[in-house]
Design a protein around this ligand. Structure first.
Ligand SMILES: Cc1ncc(C[n+]2csc(CCOP(=O)(O)OP(=O)(O)O)c2C)c(N)n1
Ligand SMILES: [Mg+2]
Length: 323
């Protein structure tokens, strides 16, 4: 573990991951119990990626997210009550209950939107990066996308333009080895998405996406490079989703083995990190437990807030359609 990372930062990284894990576990259960409508694509297993990147960003730095976007918003500072309200379709949600899981956004936090369109984020992040550069704001746009999305033309066009104009963008590929039910080897002829970066004239960096410190350090370099006007980086984080593509149990398709899931779970980002923090005397198991308990209490209150909130009035259906 790097010496220059302060204890405050380490604890902050831990809390961000726990907040994502507990939110997602609860949301998944509520979806499976039929208490949340629609499809949720959950981020359990991938927490180190959003947490390690977001720890470097302010509210004025932008992110673009994906269909698997709850973790990105939580790590960016999203509040549980407004998030649950959005998932429940209530007026107090981030998008007044009209966006839902896959279209949740919040401009104050620089969260430019989850996106139901695979590959929808890269052009938006490239545009935000262009705006940052043009307005000389020193802000960075981080674009989260999957291994599957890295095959979309929109990613390639955005990567080309971002590198050409040396835009302050970081392309964060969350390579979880699958696009829906298709293993990576059946959807692209490469093993490392980072190999695509030199073709556009930007560095490609591979990092263990189950290790929050590794992500934090690599993201720190890429973001510093972007802020210094040196252009984009493609940061590939090798990670894994524990749940199915949608929901927890999903459709029960036989596209991966239990053994494979268990192998990845042995590298659990939170368990690994808690063991390291305890070993270094930074966070005891008891104090880590308190972070989980506080998070669960906050989730319980947020669910109550969401359940007590009204549905939007039907007359509001055409409001906020254009910005
Ligand atoms: C343009 C487009 N094509 C197809 C889909 C259907 N779809 C939803 S998620 C997904 C897989 C995305 O895989 P990846 O980018 O690796 O993200 P992951 O789900 O693994 O996080 C697909 C094909 C879609 N939503 N949008
Ligand atoms: Mg994937």
């Amino acid at each position: 573990m790097s010496e220059e990372i302060s204890n405050d930062t380490l604890l902050d990284l831990h809390r961000r991951m726990v907040r994502i894990r507990r939110f997602e576990e609860t949301a998944g259960k509520m979806m499976e119990d039929g208490k949340i409508p629609g499809a949720l694509h959950l981020y359990v297993g991938e927490e180190a990626v959003a947490s390690g990147v977001m720890a470097h960003l302010s509210n004025d730095d932008q992110i673009t997210s994906t269909h698997r976007g709850h973790g990105h918003l939580i790590a960016k500072g999203g509040e549980f009550d407004r998030m649950f309200a959005e998932l429940f379709g209530r007026e107090t949600g981030y998008c007044k209950g009209k966006g839902g899981s896959m279209h949740i956004s919040n401009m104050e936090l620089g969260m430019l939107g989850a996106n139901g369109i695979v590959g929808g984020g890269p052009p938006i992040a490239m545009g935000a990066g262009f705006s940052n550069k043009f307005r000389k704001t020193n802000n960075v746009a981080c674009c989260f996308f999957g291994d599957g999305a890295s095959n979309e033309g929109s990613f390639h066009e955005a990567a080309n333009m971002a590198a050409l104009y040396k835009l302050p963008v970081v392309f964060v590929c969350e390579n979880n080895g699958y696009g829906e039910y298709t293993p990576q080897a059946n959807h692209q002829a490469i093993v490392d998405v980072a190999d695509r970066a030199p073709g556009y004239g930007m560095p490609g960096v591979i990092v263990d996406g189950m290790d929050v410190i590794a992500v934090y350090e690599a993201a720190g370099e890429a973001i510093a490079r972007a802020r210094a006007g040196e252009g984009p980086t493609l940061l590939e984080c090798k990670t894994y989703r524990y749940y199915d593509h949608v929901g927890v149990r999903g459709m029960g398709l036989n596209y991966r083995t239990d053994e494979e899931v268990e192998e990845w779970q042995k590298k659990d980002p939170i368990d690994q990190f808690e063991a390291r923090l305890a070993e270094q005397g930074i966070l005891s198991a008891g104090d880590a437990g308190k972070v989980h308990d506080e998070t669960l209490a906050e989730i319980e209150a947020a669910i109550k807030f969401a359940e007590d909130s009204p549905y939007p009035d039907p007359s509001a259906i055409t409001e906020d359609v254009y910005a």
